[in-house]
Design a binder for this molecule. Structure first.
Ligand code: OOB
Length: 535
């Protein structure tokens, strides 16, 4: 089994109510490129070049034929590790045209992540930069290929152009088939791959457009890693292209790189994680000569935006703030553009679809009438299972997705995200699995036991702290030692521990064996600042 489908009654409802349409991503591109009012508009811009809808469609057809000539077949998986540039959009749509499935790796992923992903998805090819941010991705891709038998092709980005060949016919994908695999934030050893169908994802895209006011005039700026679900579809690149608008890809989120693009392309919308929203806000508050007045909406999501920051964003940057609480597994909540300022600054919004169903449960999975509680969800664009049935415990027996987030729902129906159980650390939007980091650190010869927890951080919201019990003899483990060790084991940089505390033992609760999960909760609790953070 690779993909768990929706129960048939729900699927029927989503079809009959017009949420799931008989359209694929390739249909959308073809339709826009053949619409005379859209075809010659700019579809995508990066720092090197730009491309109209007509050009994008032609280039996608030629690249799809090139992938096919390399032996990539419909239904096969291709791992992408690509920076923010037009090639990403071309590659994704070429794979869609061919009917092959992109698997969305991130440039920051290293050997441990990529090998896991490549294995779990049985990928046949990897598209990668040769060198990016001074890191040798060709060598990394080769290391992955050496370890994963299914990988037949390594495709450096600068060779994509040479693959172009005359377009050939490809069988059309089924709208309700899987279009791509997205990655779950905070995956442990076996990555949780998220199968999204054309129908469910397209619904989330066009519904996002309605909620976020995206139109053909939208110029959507991407500063976050392009393959992440937030800039991809909330409403993101796909929303802008669906509407016939323009996508602008910035290689970096720093104001020094992104603001000149805002000015030159007259960008109207951007999605940021809270630490970046703070950087942009503080930069604007200090004053800038850059003209960023075209910006209308700044979305902030991926991690909790502190209320204090939320209040400053609009005035500092001259924009409407929209909070976004979403997950690659599906559910996306937005504050609405015309919500009262209190709702926009204090809540993470409400589900975008009238058919999203939410419930709150306690530790044992029993429904709680009043929050806070763990959020569970089912709906027209929320998955029912991971690829190959991984991590089945992430789904309740009736198929609802257990988000792991602790939320409260206000009288107005808006969600306030309070945090998570102790299993995952949200480092400014980048998710770290405590369990995965523990597994790696436990391999260090100086470590007898380790528990990884979140501690509060002014800039990132949360950062990682490893509580370590050292082995009796030898040098006690230090932060540089453990970071270097975890890096050498192939972990992405953002997952390395931020701090290390060497302790003699872990807390006992006196009720028999204490689970690692419970220990994380206890240590997290001990670490909470005594006063509640200012809102
Ligand atoms: C987005 O997606 P993922 O898959 O990287 O992470 C999902 C998790 C959520 O379960 C929650 O724990 C956290 O990230 N999260 C937030 C949040 N937005 C996401 N926690 C508090 N406040 C928020 N506004 O992060 C993602 C996907 C689509 C759109 C936006 C974000």
């Amino acid at each position: 089994m690779t993909f768990t489908s929706w129960p048939s009654e729900l699927a029927e409802q989503y079809r009959s109510e017009g949420l799931w349409c008989a359209e694929t991503f390739d249909d959308v591109l073809t339709a826009r490129a053949s619409d005379p009012s859209i075809a010659d508009r700019t579809a995508v811009v990066d720092v090197d070049r730009s491309c109209t809808y007509r050009e994008l469609d032609l280039r996608v057809g030629r690249l799809a034929a090139g992938f096919s000539a390399l032996g990539i077949e419909p239904g096969e998986r291709v791992l992408l590790q690509m920076p923010n540039a037009i090639e990403f959009v071309e590659t994704v749509f070429a794979l869609f045209r061919l009917g092959a499935l992109p698997v969305f790796g991130l440039p920051a992923h290293r050997e441990a992540e990529l090998v896991g992903i490549a294995r779990a998805a049985d990928v046949v090819a990897i598209v990668h930069p040769r060198v990016h941010d001074r890191f040798d991705h060709s060598a990394l891709a080769q290391t992955v290929a050496d370890q994963v038998d299914t990988v037949r092709r390594l495709i450096p980005i600068d060779t994509l152009e040479s693959l172009h060949t005359d377009p050939c016919g490809h069988p059309r994908s089924e709208p309700e088939s899987v279009a791509f695999l997205q990655l779950s934030g905070g995956s442990t050893g076996v990555p949780k791959l998220i199968p999204r169908t054309h129908a469910d994802y397209l619904y989330s895209v066009w519904r996002s457009n309605e909620v976020c006011g995206v139109s053909g005039d939208t110029v959507y700026l991407v500063v976050l890693p392009v393959a992440h679900n937030f800039p991809m579809s909330s409403p993101g690149i796909l929303g802008a292209l669906y509407a016939g608008g323009t996508v602008v890809l910035s290689p970096s989120p720093a104001p020094s790189a992104a603001w000149p693009l805002v000015e030159s392309e007259r960008a109207t919308m951007v999605g940021l994680v809270p630490p970046l929203a703070r950087l942009w806000t503080e930069t604007a508050e200090r004053g800038t000569t850059q003209d960023i007045s075209s910006l209308e909406t700044i979305q902030v999501g991926g991690a909790r935006c502190p209320d204090e920051l939320a209040r400053r964003i609009g005035p500092a940057l001259g924009v409407t703030l929209q909070q976004v609480f979403g997950m690659a597994e599906g559910l996306v909540c937005y504050t609405r553009l015309d919500d009262p300022i209190d709702v926009v600054t204090r809540t993470q919004g409400r589900p975008m679809s009238p058919l999203d169903q939410l419930r709150l449960v306690d530790d044992d999975g029993a429904a709680v009438a009043e929050g806070p509680g763990f959020l569970e969800v089912q709906g027209p664009y929320t998955i029912r299972g991971y690829w190959n049935g991984a991590a089945p415990a992430s789904f309740a027996p009736d198929g609802w997705y257990r988000t792991g987030d602790v939320v409260e729902i206000t009288d107005g129906g808006d969600l306030v995200v309070l945090g998570r159980g102790g299993d995952r650390i949200n480092r400014g939007g980048e998710k770290v699995s405590a369990e995965q980091l523990e597994e790696h650190l436990l391999e260090h010869p100086a470590v007898r036991d380790v528990i990884v927890v979140a501690v509060a951080d002014e800039y990132l919201g949360e950062r990682t702290c490893a509580y370590v019990i050292a082995v009796d003899s030898g040098e006690p483990p230090s932060l540089p030692m453990l970071r270097a060790f975890a890096r050498d084991r192939g972990l992405a940089d953002w997952k390395l521990p931020d701090s290390v505390v060497v302790v003699d033992g872990f807390p006992e609760t006196g009720v028999g064996k204490v689970s690692r999960r419970r220990l994380r909760e206890i240590l997290t609790e001990q670490n909470k600042p005594r006063t509640v953070a200012a809102d």
